[in-house]
Design a protein around this ligand. Structure first.
Ligand code: SF4
Length: 358
């Protein structure tokens, strides 16, 4: 084995392997830059299996940059509901509006032009340039960074992340040795299916011959295990206000977690201890303060884990004798069982509503 991985040999092995092993995925059947853009944004921090349920319905609803640009934010968030990381959807929407207004609906076929589109960072620009336009431009996400760290036996943990320049330089060299659109996807596929974080499948790896980590017995120590920081925990009382069959949802504030999304009204508390009914009753905001029969819901509290935060929701139920007036500056929606308002409805809301069969 040579001292450094040979980009040409790596490229050839990857192309051959990808031709025989690529998973059939709907976004691999298209060369349409818009569709590839949607898939790349959806795939960020999200598993392929999850994206499969969202990609085609989204494309059917917004079949082009223009269609997405014309849609309201609520329509876009509705189609994204349950996929998480809703900022991505807002940026994609903003980017589509920019491309429709300033570029006639055509994504630029160069990295610089792509980077000028709102929300398109170095990774997405590299992915679009290589996969959609077949340009030898590098792209490095977490999967590719891990493959590159292992191939080059990078032991310094600060150089193992996707931002490290050496990965981009190495991937650029590989890209120049073959068909960029194939190599970009092959590198990501290898990281996702073979060179996994734990117990990589080196015995079936097409680039094992060039892997320095394998040769040096470092595959289990590269990349270095991340020290897990404890996520801050927050406690809320979630009040399910019923009016007949209906339940009241509130739009979350425009800033913070689940910004602008539909949720049951949440009242944050300082401690994990549940308040007395009377205490909670006094804290209810209008229009909930006229709700009657406030009582705990006979169900386990709901735990929801975000990337850097954990929420614990204690559920309460209250009845409203009449349809309360919407207070100024807030947005409220009464929903019937099975119904969801237009706009983003996060999986947390569905989890809570499922507890009372709505
Ligand atoms: Fe990853 Fe193993 Fe392949 Fe090296 S040989 S790139 S560690 S799967």
């Amino acid at each position: 084995m040579s001292a450094t991985p040979n980009p040409k040999r790596v490229a050839k092995a990857l192309e051959k392997w990808f031709a025989a092993n690529a998973r059939e995925l709907p976004w691999r059947e298209t060369r349409d830059p818009y569709r590839i853009w949607v898939s790349e944004v959806m795939l960020q921090q999200t598993r392929v299996e999850t994206v499969l349920a969202y990609y085609e319905p989204f494309i059917e609803r917004f079949e082009s940059v223009h269609a997405l640009a014309r849609a309201s934010e609520d329509e876009v968030l509705s189609a994204w509901s349950g996929l998480g990381y809703y900022r991505r959807a807002r940026f994609l929407h903003k980017g589509a509006r920019y491309v429709a207004e300033h570029l006639g609906g055509e994504l630029p076929a160069d990295v610089e032009g792509l980077r000028a589109v709102p929300g398109v960072g170095p990774y997405t620009a590299g992915a679009l340039a290589s996969i959609a336009f077949d340009l030898p431009e590098p792209l490095v996400d977490g999967n590719v960074a891990r493959v590159s760290s292992r191939l080059r036996a990078v032991e310094d943990a600060t150089e193992q992340g996707a931002q490290a320049k050496a990965h981009w330089a190495f991937v650029a060299k590989v890209m120049r040795e073959g068909e960029p659109r194939v190599l970009a996807q092959a590198l990501m596929e290898l990281g996702a299916t073979v060179c996994k974080p734990k117990q990589p499948g080196c015995d079936r790896c097409p680039v094992a011959r060039d892997c320095r980590a394998l040769a040096q017995g470092l595959t289990s120590t590269i990349p270095a295990p991340k020290k897990k920081k404890a996520s801050p925990e927050q406690h809320f009382d979630a009040v399910l206000v019923r009016w007949g069959e209906r339940v009241l949802l509130e739009r979350r504030p425009r800033e913070g977690l689940l910004a602008g999304m539909w949720c049951v009204p949440l009242i944050e508390r300082k401690t994990a201890r549940a308040p007395k009914v009377a205490t909670l009753g006094r804290r209810l905001p209008a229009p909930l303060d006229r709700a009657q029969d406030l009582a705990p819901v006979n169900a386990e509290p709901v735990k929801h884990v975000f990337t850097h935060r954990v929420w614990h929701l204690t559920l309460w139920q209250a009845r409203s004798a009449r349809r309360p007036k919407a207070p100024a500056g807030s947005q409220w929606a009464w929903i019937s069982p099975g119904e969801r308002p237009e706009g983003g409805v996060p999986s947390l809301t569905n989890k809570v509503l499922a507890k009372i069969g709505v």
